[in-house]
Design a protein around this ligand. Sequence first.
Ligand code: KIV
Ligand code: ZN
Length: 521
Amino acid sequence: MSRRIFLFDTTLRDGEQAPGFTMTPEGKLQIAHQLARLRVDVIEAGFPASSPGDFASVSQIAREVRGPVIAGLARANQRDIEAVARAVAPAERPRIHTFIATSPIHMEKKLRMRPEQVVQQVREMVAYAAAFGMEVEFSAEDATRSDPRFLAEVFTVAARAGATVLNVPDTVGYTTPKELYDLFRFLIEHVDAPGPVAFSCHNHDDLGLAVANTLAAIEAGATQVEGTINGIGERAGNAALEEVVMALRTRRDQFAFTTDINAKELHRTSRLLEHVTGIGVQPNKAIVGANAFAHESGIHQDGVLKDRQTYEIMRPEDVGVPESALVLGKHSGRAAFRDRLRKLGYDLSDADLEKAFARFKDLADRKKQIADADLEAIVGEGQQLADDGPIRLLSFQVVTGSNANPIATVTITEEGGGAPVTRAEAATGDGPVDALFRAFDRAARFRGHLAHYALKAVTDGKDALGEVIVRVRAGNRVATGRGTSTDVLEASVRAYTAAVNKLRREGHGDAAQDDVRENLG
Ligand code: KIV
Ligand code: ZN
């Protein structure tokens, strides 16, 4: 008999927490719907007490997404717990996930609490959460650097107060497979719960061991595993769920465990997340990287042609990698466009569909055949809200050449309190992109710093769509922008506009306001 493993996805909470991975509420909702199609068991939709925006987003997901349990994170205090209870209440199966640290260093230095105070807090706050009549999960933060005996005591108290899921986070990515295996065996034996409880693991990847540690925890008896799509998350990220799922499937001979995951949705989920966050996975990323199923060397290609299994332990179709198909062109209409997007897993609102269709027509004028990857890039750019103000790019021009200093002119309009203002500025730079961004900064009165710039061709061919991803920093905020166009300079300035707009909407990077603040001292 194989044991069922429950998948707890925290892409929208631990994943979104990482710098540069901020998602819009619409993006989060799309990801949540896709996670439901992937059939994860639990979606941790956010941390409702952290901001009104997060609260609204968790409640929207709880209202609209059906299938998985919807959880929200809370520190072990009444305010946080109550916020989660209110936010997840509309879900089919709501869950309150509350946590407190249990390692000596966290208790002493961060919480400034004695161990017995932590135990008391766990008793009171888990009971408080359970009184809302929802499932309660309790996490002992930094569990892997905690005293196992103390951990067993804390988990016993949590279970007696009403928690039915006990989570053992490797918060700092410190543990090893053997050590975590032993810890789970110890806890399963020593936690004295009044009824059935699920033991859960939550591994960070600081030493690159998150997936290996997760598999060790499962072998030791964990029945819930936490992780994220593409392994995104704090610092080096969390265990990548697609890797855990495919390791369990591909090595059934080693792991007698099953999940309910529809693995054919893994590729699509990964791509959607890339589009929503604007951050791509590295080409050699296991399962979902562009090269994960590519055979480059002659010897490998020869082997695969003779028998795929010579070099393939999984088939691309097992994880839903689509056959590359040239699908649409200049004469394709709205219905065909919508239909193809649906097949790719995108169900856009009428307004978003119109915007995407306009971009599609624009692209079809420049490029004969539009591939699925082009469509995904177009929709992905929509996620970055390049055109959803306050700044709108009206036009740009760049003059460059082998013996000339690049010079760019940018014209934008900006909406503020009153009527929109139009501004045009010019700048020179080290290269055409530099000149373009400098001219944009002047026109938009933007003060910030380009932290990352990446350009790739979406498909093969000289007429390929170029996709640019930028990360822009203003003060301590980082925003990501994505732009696509057959003209790489246009893609660049669209990506930059999207990122600056995100920062502006949050009130960052406004040079005029910064100057006023500085003058006020
Ligand atoms: O890594 C961690 O400890 C966490 C907990 C809040 C579960 O994310
Ligand atoms: Zn974490």
